[in-house]
Ligand binder design. Structure first.
Ligand code: SF4
Length: 300
C-alpha cells in the first residue's frame, strides 16, 4: 500500500465505505466579515469552498435529502464544509450540529474550520458528540510559512494552528490538517516547513490540496494579471509524493489533490482530471521507491 488512504481506513473501522453528506451550516468567516480580515483567503470562492452544496436550505433538509435514497446498511459522514463551522457561540453551534445528527446511520461528524475559531468551550462541545458518533475537526492550515500566509490573506499566524491543535488534542478530538501545494511564492523549502510543523503537532489526518484558480476569487485576478502562475502537474506530483513520504506513517490521508467544480476552474487545466493527478502521484511514489512515512524521520 502506497499510503494509508481514507477509504481503506473507513472500510477497516466501519466495515464499509462511508458516504459523505456535505452540509452548508449557514456560517460566515471572520476572514471575510472584517473581524480578522476582509475578502477571505485568495483562493476561496464566494461560497466558502463548498460550491457544489445547495444554498439556503436548512441543515436538516440537506441531511434528509441525502438520506432519502439511502439503504438501511448505508453509513454516513456529515461534513460541515462551507466557511468556518465553529464561528458562533456554543449554543448556536450545538443547535446546528444537532440539526444534522438526525439518523443513527451517521457515524462521523466532521467540522471544517479555522484554528482561530477553536477554544476550550467549543472543543468541549464537539467532544461531547463522541457519545453519539465519531468526530473530526478539519483545520485549514494551508502553509506553515507566515510570509506565504500573509500573501494568501489567511489572517492568522501559524502559532495559532499549533495552539488549536493543542486544545483539540487535549479534548481527544481527531484533527485533519489541510495543506496546499502550489501557493503563490511557495517552493519546496516552504513545503518542507509545512510538513515539519504538521508532523510536530501530530495531525491525525491530512488533506493535500492542489492550488487551483476558481472563477470569482482573488487568485483569479492574480492569475489574470500575471501575479500568480500555477505549478505544472509533474511538479505537483513530485511535491505531493514528498509530503506523502514525509508524513507520519500513522496519519490518515484524506485526499491528495484539489477538486474544483469544472464550470468554475480557470487554471490549471490538469486539475480537472482528478484520476490522472492521483495516477501521476502514485507513479512518482513507485518510481522513487517511496511510500507513506518512508522519509518520516528526516521530515520531522
Ligand atoms: S478561512 Fe476558509 S472560509 Fe474563510 S476565507 Fe479562508 S478558505 Fe474561505
Amino acid at each position: 500500500m502506497l499510503y494509508n488512504n481514507l477509504s481503506g481506513y473507513l472500510k477497516k473501522k466501519y466495515g464499509t465505505r462511508l458516504k459523505k453528506i456535505c452540509v452548508d451550516g449557514g456560517f460566515s468567516c471572520p476572514n471575510r466579515d472584517g473581524t480578522v480580515g476582509v475578502g477571505g483567503c485568495v483562493f476561496c470562492s464566494e461560497r466558502g469552498s463548498g460550491e457544489h452544496i445547495e444554498a439556503d436550505v436548512s441543515i436538516r433538509c440537506q441531511v434528509e435529502k441525502a438520506l432519502a435514497s439511502a439503504s438501511d446498511d448505508d453509513k454516513f459522514i456529515v461534513y460541515f464544509q462551507n466557511f468556518t463551522n465553529t464561528y458562533a457561540d456554543v449554543s448556536t453551534l450545538k443547535a446546528r450540529y444537532d440539526a444534522a445528527l438526525i439518523d443513527k446511520r451517521i457515524k462521523i461528524l466532521a467540522i471544517g474550520t479555522r484554528p482561530d475559531c477553536i477554544n476550550d468551550d467549543i472543543a468541549e462541545l464537539i467532544a461531547s458528540y463522541k457519545s453519539v458518533c465519531d468526530v473530526w475537526v478539519e483545520l485549514g492550515l494551508q502553509t506553515a510559512n507566515d510570509e506565504c500566509a500573509k500573501r494568501i490573506n489567511r489572517g492568522y499566524e501559524s502559532s495559532v494552528y499549533v495552539a488549536a491543535m493543542d486544545i483539540l488534542k487535549r479534548h481527544k478530538i481527531d484533527t485533519v490538517t489541510h495543506i496546499m501545494i502550489g501557493l503563490p511564492g511557495e517552493g519546496e523549502e516552504e513545503l518542507r516547513e509545512t510538513l515539519s510543523l504538521v508532523n510536530q503537532v501530530g495531525t491525525w489526518g491530512i488533506k493535500i490540496h492542489s492550488v487551483y484558480v476558481a472563477e470569482g476569487t482573488r487568485l483569479a485576478k492574480m492569475y489574470r494579471s500575471g501575479e500568480y502562475s500555477p505549478i505544472g502537474l509533474d511538479t505537483y506530483a513530485k511535491r505531493a509524493a514528498f509530503v506523502l513520504a514525509g508524513i507520519s506513517p500513522d496519519a490518515v490521508v484524506h485526499r491528495i489533490t484539489g477538486d474544483c467544480p469544472k464550470d468554475m476552474l480557470v487554471a490549471p487545466e490538469w486539475n480537472s482530471d482528478k484520476n490522472k493527478v492521483i495516477e501521476k502521484i502514485n507513479e512518482e511514489l513507485k518510481a522513487r521507491g517511496l511510500c507513506q512515512g518512508s522519509c518520516y524521520a528526516k521530515a520531522k
